[in-house]
Design a binder for this molecule. Sequence first.
Ligand SMILES: Cc1ncc(C[n+]2csc(CCOP(=O)(O)OP(=O)(O)O)c2C)c(N)n1
Ligand SMILES: [Mg+2]
Length: 283
Amino acid sequence: MTASTHVSSDERIRSLEGHARDIRRAIVSMVHTAQSGHCGGSLSAADVVSALYFDLMNIDPSKPRMPGRDRFVLSKGHACPVLYAALALRGYFPVEELSTLRKNSSRLQGHPVSTYLPGVDATAGSLGLGFAQAVGMALEGRMLKADYHVYALLGDGELNEGVVWEAASTAAKFGLEKLVAIVDRNNLQNDGKADDIMPMEPIDKKFEAFNWRVLTMDGHDMAEVLATLEASNEPTGRPTCIIARTVKGKGVSFMENKREWHGKAPSDDEYSMACKDLEGGCT
Ligand SMILES: Cc1ncc(C[n+]2csc(CCOP(=O)(O)OP(=O)(O)O)c2C)c(N)n1
Ligand SMILES: [Mg+2]
C-alpha cells in the first residue's frame, strides 16, 4: 500500500475474514441454487465488501435510507451476489431470501435494483453507469456539506467504458474527496484477460493524470484492506482510487483465475467441491 494508518487488531481482522468466508459461501450457494449468476467477480470482491459492510461504513440496516449513511455503489453490477450476501448477512433482509436470486418477481435480480431491495444504493449493471451515479452522490454530499463517504466498486474490464473517465474528470473537477473508487483488479473480464481485450495499464498513472490520489493494496489481505480503506478517508481535496489486486474466483480453487467462471453456475458436484474449499461447508 502507498499510505498507512494504524495497524488493526488481530481480532478485528479475524472477524472480518470470517464474514468474508460467510459471504463467499452465500455467493456460491445462491448461484448454485439459481443455476445462473456470476461467481468469479463476486468472490474476488468478498474481502473488500466484508471490510466495508462489517466494519468501516457508517450504516444502519434498520434505516437503509438514513440520509447521513455511507453509500456503496456496486458499479460492476453483475457481481451482485457479493452485495446481496453482505446485505443479508448484515441484517438488511432475511438470509433465506438469497435463494430467490434471479427468480421471477424476486427482489434479487441478476443486477441490483435500488428500488427493489433495502440497502442497494444504486441500480447498476450497464458498466460504467454505477460509477457515474457514485460521482453524483458524492457531489450531492459536497453541496450539502454532508459527512458521508461514497464507495464505488468497479471491475478492471469496466475501466474500458468511456463514461468511467468522464465521471473521473468530473469528480476531480469538484474535488470530491469523500469519493473512493475501488478497482477490483482481478485481471479478467468475461471474454478473456482484461489486458488482452483492452490494455488499460498504467491504471494508477491514468487516475493520477485525472487528478485523483491513488492507493494500491492486496485485496485479499484483510489488514491491508482495512488500513488502505481507512487511509482513503483522509481528506486531500481529491477523490481517491484504490487499486485492489485480487484473484477472480478467490476461495474456490477450481474457479480461481479461470475466465469461464465469470458467469457460470456450479453443478451439484462442483458445488460440493466448492463447499470443501470454503471451510465450514455451504448451506
Ligand atoms: C456497458 C456494458 N457493456 C458490456 C456489458 C457486458 N459485461 C458484463 S460483465 C462484463 C465484463 C466485466 O469485467 P470486469 O469489469 O473485469 O468484471 P469482473 O472481472 O470483476 O467480473 C461485460 C463486458 C455490460 N454489463 N455493460
Ligand atoms: Mg475483472
